[in-house]
Ligand binder design. Structure first.
Ligand code: FES
Length: 256
């Protein structure tokens, strides 16, 4: 039995020549289990080679295919075409507007990765030579691991930035992805940066910029819950502040 059907895809891409959004409608035949990404690849290969979008893994791991599908920030490779058409007769795809747009559905991630880098997303060890000549494994208990595991699932797709009302109005705010990673490393028992990680985000640009709308957690395709991470950072900042542990600028993590 042929389980394919005709579907309408509207690409509301950004046209770099006229510096405006332009909608193009494509009618294609798609299979039952096709994703929106499959449909876009179909259009690019068979109908219009000029359509631009990002993708790599096609299985929800690389985070490259993030876009707005029928008004919601989502991964195109994890959105089923037939399911989308249960309640409407066409699928509208557009680029995320929480990031600068380069062309069509392609966003520029330079600022996003600068914010990510700003929280020093790596394990900090006091002994600089240790990583080249470790003498032992750094084992963690299940409890220690569970303190940060969910936050380490981030695939850096940028959907949480697109959903965040603060990022969309104040680009100084480093955003939910970077802050969730600050907490992820703060909670890792192998990390030795300690309270310096809290000092780095103790500002309006950091944790205090969050207005707790919770939209970042709603759109995260991996269930990372950045909103929880940010509220946890605030709690740790207050707790450590009361204990007098956040007053020393020299505690900041030294640049590598
Ligand atoms: Fe990698 Fe969609 S293509 S997450």
């Amino acid at each position: 039995m042929d389980e394919s059907k005709h579907v309408k895809i509207v690409i509301r891409g950004f046209d770099t020549k006229i510096r405006q959004f332009r909608s193009r409608l494509y009618e294609i035949k798609e299979r039952k289990f096709a994703s929106v990404l499959d449909a876009l690849i179909h259009i690019k290969e068979k109908r219009d080679a000029t359509v631009s979008f990002r993708y790599s893994c096609r299985m929800g791991i690389c985070g490259s295919c993030a876009m707005v599908i029928n008004g919601k920030p989502r991964l195109a490779c994890e959105t089923n075409v037939f399911k989308e058409l249960e309640s409407r007769d066409s699928i509208v795809v557009a680029p995320m507007e929480g990031h600068p747009i380069l062309k069509d559905l392609v966003n520029d991630f330079d600022d996003f990765f600068e914010d990510h880098k700003s929280v020093k997303p790596w394990l900090f060890r006091k002994d600089k030579k240790e990583k080249f000549a470790a003498k032992k494994e750094y084992k963690q208990s299940e409890k220690e691991r569970d303190g940060f595991l969910t936050f380490s699932e981030c695939i850096k797709c940028g959907l949480c930035y697109d959903a965040c009302p603060v990022v969309n109005t104040n680009r100084d705010f480093i955003g939910p992805q970077a802050l969730s990673q600050a907490y992820r490393y703060y909670k890792d028992s192998r990390d030795q940066a300690g309270q310096s990680r809290l000092i780095e985000v103790d500002s309006l640009k950091g944790a205090w910029g969050c207005e707790f709308s919770g939209s970042c957690s709603k759109v995260c395709p991996k269930g990372v819950d950045p909103a929880l991470a940010i509220q946890s950072l605030k709690f740790e900042i207050i707790k450590n502040g009361f204990l007098g542990k956040l007053n020393k600028p020299e505690q900041r993590i030294k640049k590598k």
